[in-house]
Every structure is written in structure tokens, then in C-alpha cells.
Design a protein around this ligand. Sequence first.
Ligand SMILES: C[S@@+](CC[C@H](N)C(=O)[O-])C[C@H]1O[C@@H](n2cnc3c(N)ncnc32)[C@H](O)[C@@H]1O
Length: 238
Amino acid sequence: MKKPAGGAGPRALKTRIKKKRGLKNSSRRWLERHLNDPYVHRAKAEGFRSRAAFKLIEIDERHKLLKPGLRVIDLGAAPGGWSQVAARITGSTDENPTIVAIDYLDMDPVPGTVFLRKDFLDSDAPDMLMEALGGAPDLVLSDMAAPTTGHRRTDHIRTMHLCEVAADFAVRVLKPGGHFLAKTFQGGTENELLDMLKKSFASVHHLKPPASRDESVELYLLAKGFKGREARGEEEES
Ligand SMILES: C[S@@+](CC[C@H](N)C(=O)[O-])C[C@H]1O[C@@H](n2cnc3c(N)ncnc32)[C@H](O)[C@@H]1O
């Protein structure tokens, strides 16, 4: 999918924030970028809670991860854009939910999604997720990002740690044939993690969906076709 055109129609009239409004330059630039972002307008028009929803939509259009009836775990889910996309495409309902989402920030209920307000790094989080899902997931998603400290290297290390813990969780719980999609950073994926994923999955790629801002160092890691724990030399869970 191409980036939505920002140059046509009334949206082409760029919104500018007056300097006198007492905002710091960096905040003014952020606000201007937000107000002029075509994905922000699309998210509002299509009922998605975040522009991030389009990253998953674009990845899914290309790589066909989501299908009706699949069980999905959404790590770092708030405010809920990815859960909305996953629930819509899988057809998950409140009566028979197949999506379980976790975040330490609260989020409004997403139809068809069980939400756990919890830190994924807590030792009991994996068991709670699995209990709520009631069976092995077909897909583990992680859009987790550590809160920014302003120190780029520290932010990278923290978010990479989240990606590693998510990958470790995915290979412990996924159904054979399942997929893992996680946020990472350019140049950030450790070789050890890549090697582990390459051994465990049929294919491993880095992706930059059009909805991910060009100036952002964010990338996504997609591991498709989980080979199963037996193939990894571990005992298969029932
Ligand atoms: C980029 S946002 C996710 C956006 C979401 N995919 C959407 O479409 O709306 C990243 C989220 O990761 C969450 N997060 C970061 N570390 C976490 C952790 N240890 N446990 C649970 N959630 C975490 C943050 O609270 C934040 O809400």
C-alpha cells in the first residue's frame, strides 16, 4: 500500500501553529506534523484509535498474517489500533474472543478483545496471557516501545529488550506454522536474536511499512512459519 497522498484536497492546506502560542519549538513541530499527517486523518475517518493501525494493515495486506478465526496475542496494545485491526479481520467477538491484548497503560475496551492491564515483563504475564487466550496463538504481535528518555541509545536498548522478551515468549507459545511480528530498530536487532529466529521460523525479514515515518528508525521484524518446539529440540507442549 502506498502512503496516502498528502497533497490533494483540503488537507493539502498545511496547518501551521503560530509561534506565539507558548509552545517549545519541538512541541510545535510535533503538533504540526500530527495535524498534517494523512494517516491521522484516515484513522479518525475509519474509526481506528491510532495511526499505528495502518502499519499492521499494510504489513498484513502484503504478508497475509491475519485470517478469520485465528488466535492472536497483542503485546503493548494501547490505545488499541492493532487489536482493532486483528479483531476485525479475524472476526473475533465478545462472545468468543480470539484476541488477547496486554499493556501497562489502560485502554478502552476493543470489541472481541480480552485486555490485561499489566506489565508484560512481570513474571506471571505469559501464563496470564495464555490462560486468557485458552489455546496456542497463531500470531504473536508486539508493538511494544519503551517510553522515550530523550537519550536515543537508552531508548533503543530498552525497546530491543522488549523485542527479545517478546520473541522468547513467541517461540515458547506459538502454534507450529504461526507467525511473530515485532517492533525493532534499524541496526538494533542483535545477531543472537536473528539467529534464534532463523532457526525457529521458515523465514525472517525486516519490514518498513509506508505508515512508519521515514524519519523514524523504527522497523518491524517478521518471522513466518514457526517450525515448532520439537524442531528446536524442545519437548512439544500439548
Ligand atoms: C507504540 S504503542 C502501541 C500502539 C498500538 N499498537 C496501537 O496500534 O494502538 C507501544 C505500547 O507499548 C506499551 N508497552 C511498553 N512496554 C510495555 C511492557 N513492558 N508491558 C506492556 N506494555 C508495554 C506502551 O505502554 C505503549 O502503549
